[in-house]
Write a new protein. Structure first.
Length: 540
């Protein structure tokens, strides 16, 4: 579908190099060229394509001095509109796509460490429990900071710049006559994650109802999901940036509204699109906006905090859990009529599944499933495993995931001497297989909404032990819902794992109670049904 925006011709000697690209590299190239085409409507330009090493993410623009182009393309933009670069400027562009073997794990940013960061890294490896206590102090402060109403656009000094830019912006031109009805989706990135799974499903639903999905990502990534079938026949635009966050970029939104007949907008964890919504309201006030919210971040509220900030520009907030509903309405004062709580149970729940008994020859197995990130706390999981091993509890563990804390995981496995106890698994192994090989899912996160893995585990006949975060208590209650701080969590978890490992009837009872709560929660109108109805309304 990218040919809607570009016509690409390899320059002499480049056709073979283009043909040698993997499907993912080709998709990365298409996403970058779509961005350039939108930003330079009607222009012809030359693109030098470099291929990064294993540590480098694709970039839509690189400095010519850093470029080592493997091949060159001639690109004719088929986009229309006012554009954001003067005609004839920057006729040679240098871009970078990913190495064929690059993954989200290999492309972790490498930067010089400050003295404070070096101390932090050392504590992660040598005293993770001490560090966890320090984090709890910080978390307490951040929790208090979001326990009062956040500023709303256009009020507050942080919104003044955007409000001024909206007032000064030239109105966007009309979309071409006869353009296909489209829905704009703003996504974080296209790689493994619960929010991303849901976002991809909504893209497919839009396609099923006859819309052209226009998908824009705003975070640096190799985007391993670019080749998923749900994205076939979509317009996918991948942005990139240097620094800590994507820049304010209303020109990209202008290009989208000038090229597509937008019937609606869905915001899935997109910093760029939230900040662009005031421009959308100025240029296309009739276009409805829905966002989908999963988790309140303690640093400023995260994406729900942005939803509060730009509430004036959003017609409907979709939430997936009661706790998020409560925070938006009772703490932030959002009109309850603008909120729809619809859980993601349709992604995971299979009511026909039964309890999965442990085979007689299997050592009791606990599983961690999720990104290796500070939010998910794989260090707490490994500390728990270490505690169980020291106590002589027969145990096996599966650590399923990858991410920026992979080096820390490697260091702790070595320090705790857990290589014979912990099996690491990655994206090439289905989560369903890990759950089939496990007796208990352990959720160690410092913050969550309501995890999809909780639903997946219960559907697979496996009970869940969880930190008391977000809305986890909706499904996990009683002795399997544990305090968030790492030390108390590990102590209590050891006792519960001992109890469940000693009694299959206790484990089955715990699972049955969670199954019943899942069934009760699933009586809510689910997110799939809610979004399908929303898209049907946009067809008119």
């Amino acid at each position: 579908m990218q040919q809607e925006l570009t016509r690409v011709t390899p320059e002499s000697g480049s056709a073979d190099a283009l043909d040698r690209l993997t499907d993912l590299q080709r998709a990365q190239l298409d996403g970058i060229l779509a961005l350039h085409a939108l930003r330079s409507p009607g222009e012809a330009f030359t693109v030098g394509v470099s291929i990064g090493d294993l540590t480098q993410v694709p970039l839509a623009t690189i400095d010519a001095t850093d470029a080592d182009p493997q091949f060159t393309l001639r690109v004719q933009s088929r986009a229309v509109g006012t554009g954001s670069t003067p005609p004839g400027s920057a006729m040679v562009r240098q871009i970078r796509i990913g190495h064929p073997d690059a993954t989200p794990a290999t492309t972790r940013p490498v930067a010089p460490l400050s003295p404070a960061r070096r101390v932090y890294r050392a504590l992660e490896r040598t005293a993770p429990t001490v560090l966890d206590r320090a984090r709890e102090v910080i978390m307490g402060r951040r929790e208090r900071a979001i326990s009062a109403p956040l500023p709303r656009y256009p009020n507050g000094p942080e919104n003044a710049e955007i409000a001024g830019a909206v007032a000064d912006a030239t109105p966007a031109a009309a979309a071409p006559e006869g353009a296909r009805p489209a829905i704009l989706f703003g996504l974080h990135w296209l790689q493994t994650g619960g929010a991303e799974r849901w976002a991809i499903e909504t893209v497919q639903m839009a396609k099923d109802q006859g819309f052209l999905p226009v998908v824009v990502t705003d975070q640096n990534s190799v985007h391993p999901w670019l080749t998923r079938p749900e994205l076939a026949d979509c317009v996918v635009v991948t942005t990139s940036f240097d620094g800590s966050e994507p820049p304010q970029d209303p020109d990209l939104l202008r290009a989208v509204v000038e090229n597509f007949d937008l019937r609606g907008v869905v915001v899935h964890h997109s910093y760029w699109l939230y900040r662009a919504l005031p421009f959308l309201r100025a240029w296309r006030p009739e276009v409805p906006v829905v966002d989908s919210l999963h988790i309140v971040e303690y640093l400023g509220g995260g994406y729900p905090g942005l939803a509060v900030r730009f509430d004036e520009c959003i017609d409907r907030h979709h939430t997936i859990s009661p706790e998020l509903d409560r925070w938006l309405t009772e703490v932030q004062g959002i009109d309850p009529a603008a909120i729809t709580m619809a859980p993601l149970t349709a992604l995971t729940v299979d009511a026909a599944r039964e309890f999965a008994p442990r085979t007689a020859d299997r050592v009791f197995t606990i599983a961690y499933v999720g990104r290796l990130s500070r939010q998910k706390r794989p260090d707490v999981f490994l500390t728990l495993v270490h505690r169980l091993v020291r106590a002589g509890v027969p145990i096996r563990a599966i650590l399923h995931g990858d991410g920026e804390l992979a080096p820390l995981v490697t260091a702790l496995l070595e320090r705790y001497r857990l290589h014979d106890v912990v099996e690491q698994r990655f994206e090439d192994v289905p989560v369903a297989q890990t759950l089939a090989d496990s007796d208990l899912l352990v959720v160690t996160s410092i913050n969550e909404g309501l995890t999809l893995t909780t639903f997946e585990a219960v559907a697979a006949g496996v009970p869940v032990l969880s930190a008391d975060v977000g809305s986890q208590r909706t499904i996990v209650q009683g002795p399997l819902l544990l305090p968030r701080p790492g030390g108390p969590f590990s102590r209590r978890a050891e006792a519960e794992i001992r109890r469940l490992a000693a009694s299959e009837s206790e484990r089955e009872s715990a699972w049955a109670a969670q199954r019943d709560r899942v069934a009760a929660f699933a009586r809510h109108d689910d997110a799939h049904h809610m979004m399908k109805e929303q898209f049907a309304q946009w067809q008119g």
